[in-house]
Design a protein around this ligand. Sequence first.
Ligand code: SF4
Ligand code: SF4
Length: 174
Amino acid sequence: MAKEEPMMDAGFKYEVAARPGAENITACFSCGVCTAGCPVSEVDDRYNPRKIVRMIMWGMREELLSSELVWLCNLCYSCHAHCPQNVKFTDVITNLREMAVQEGYADKKMLQKVDRIDTLMQVIRRELVAEVVEKQKDVADAEQLNTAAIVQQLTADDERGADIPCPETRETEQ
Ligand code: SF4
Ligand code: SF4
């Protein structure tokens, strides 16, 4: 029996482009910059923002909205910031998620899984921010120590040089 071809939906890309933030989707020229800087693509071969945009353009509505792929993005905005065509992929993926829920492609089990991942991501983000703040505090403390050391050094130099007359004074004394 011949393999059943997936249904293509020619209007899918226009529907996505009509949603807030996803307007530039049709401007994508498939350069792959989004995928190159994506932390999820780095650890999971299945995830590829450039390919997701292609799937939208090719009208692969059912295949995409029912796939786990739309839930893997951690919304870090790296692709969004670097896209030369201002595609705003993070907004695109958020819209795909909304469509998946609205059209009944995301089942309860999947949404619970997403919830757990989201909670975990929030914990990781909080820990990363705390680490960065702690590092900045260490740098500030070190800078303060350096300044104190320089002031101390300058004061010591001044005290050592107190007996040495400045050139103008020397001229007056002669
Ligand atoms: S970076 Fe932008 S233009 Fe390039 S493939 Fe990704 S979405 Fe398309
Ligand atoms: S926002 Fe999502 S797709 Fe874009 S770089 Fe971050 S994880 Fe990847």
